[in-house]
Design a protein around this ligand. Structure first.
Ligand code: UT7
Length: 352
């Protein structure tokens, strides 16, 4: 008995923001962003649209792709760093929105590695007989994180620029990461299958010594009260980001993990048909390709179109490959990610 991906769905919000659009609200250029990150545009949620809305849309597309109905699903895993609200996370909202009855549903909070962890958990649930058909979704609405103030209204075409001096200053202070992220969701239907070898090996890692690489300090229950004006005044609700060290760690950990799972499965790295890697920066992907000696055909990217969609990058990237017919019976696919935590790892999958 193996695990088989039988349906894939992707949802991206309508609002597209180009690098030139961002250059209206902060001191940046299209040239800098493309050269340093590979991003050309990203999608942002509309005001009032949350990660659960995108997750529901992606799950519906995956269900339809698998020719299944809501009642066929017996477990739901939702990976997100940007839940609609602090508690209870998005799993109950997505479950109810999809009409999944009272099946178990839970959030996974492993940021950029969230989908990888969720896929591993889905496989484990199937392997142990606890579930036979699992919906796994990664969904993010980062827009609320980005300190663009009223400049959001400029980006949405509701008011004309230029931004106020205060908004410009706040946006500019975040330009290092503010140009990287985008919103979106991707979902898999994963089923127990007799004709699929499925997951051959998986290796998940965490090193809390690197927790400071990306951190959002507020709101949190080590503070009393857990959220107050002083925290907001101090900007603790915005991410702190050590770009260079993240870059370095991601470039080392992803190829290392791919090699590890290949070794565990007794296959050569050269046998891998496609590496679906977390899309954080095109230059990181270039470093991973170089280390592994593979090209863009084996390790593709779509960061130019979507930016870094955190838990959604892997299923969105896989969704493109799936739709284009790249994933065939027998295809050997390696999923790999690195991100905040630090969490990272890889999972090797043979499609049935
Ligand atoms: O998904 C989770 C994992 N995330 C990652 O792995 C992200 C990894 N890190 C990165 O992708 C890159 O480190 C960044 C894209 C975040 C930053 O690129 P960088 O090449 O490391 O730039 P930097 O932060 O070292 O900044 C270089 C220069 C600085 O100017 P000075 O001090 O040299 O004068 C920055 O102020 O570039 C400046 N800069 C910008 N200039 C124009 C930073 N952001 C921008 C910008 N536009 N948006």
């Amino acid at each position: 008995m193996g695990t088989k991906i039988t349906g894939v769905g992707v949802a991206t919000p309508e609002h597209v923001v180009t690098n030139d659009d961002l250059a209206q609200i902060m001191d940046t250029t299209d040239e800098w962003i493309i050269k340093r990150t590979g991003v050309r545009q990203r999608h942002y949620v509309a005001a009032g649209q949350g990660s659960s809305d995108l997750a529901i849309e992606a799950c519906q597309a995956a269900l339809s792709d698998a020719n299944l109905d809501a009642e066929d699903i017996d477990l739901l895993l939702t990976a997100t760093m940007t839940p609609d609200e602090f508690a209870p996370g998005i799993a109950p909202t997505v479950q109810h929105g999809l009409g999944l009855g009272t099946i178990g549903a839970f959030d996974i909070r492993q940021q950029c590695s969230g989908f990888l962890y969720a896929l591993d958990a889905a496989d484990a649930a199937i392997a142990t007989g606890r579930a036979s058909t699992v919906l796994v979704v990664g969904a993010e609405a980062h827009a609320g994180y980005l300190p663009f103030g009223d400049s959001w209204r400029i980006l949405r075409g509701e008011i004309d620029g230029p931004p106020s001096a205060a908004d410009y200053e706040a946006t500019n202070a975040a330009r290092g990461y503010g140009v990287l992220f985008g919103d979106g969701a991707g979902a898999f239907v994963v089923q127990a299958s007799d004709d699929s070898p499925g997951v051959l090996s998986s290796s998940l890692h965490t090193d809390g010594a690197y927790a400071d690489l990306i951190r959002v300090r507020a709101a949190g229950f080590k503070s009393q009260p857990w959220l107050d004006a002083a925290q907001i005044e101090a900007g603790l609700h915005h991410p702190t980001f050590s770009g260079l060290e993240l870059f370095r760690q991601a470039s080392i950990r992803m190829p290392e993990s791919v090699r590890l799972v290949a070794e565990q499965a007794g296959v050569s790295v050269d046998d891998i048909d496609v590496v679906v890697a977390h899309q954080a920066n095109e230059r990181i992907l270039d470093a991973v390709r170089k280390e592994m000696g593979v090209d863009t055909q084996v390790l593709p990217s779509n960061i130019a179109t979507y930016g870094n969609t955190t838990a959604a990058t892997i299923p969105i990237m896989f969704g493109e490959l799936w739709a284009s017919g790249r994933i065939e019976p027998g295809s050997l696919v390696c999923f790999t990610a690195f991100g905040a935590g630090a969490h990272w790892g890889a999972l090797l999958y043979r499609h049935g």
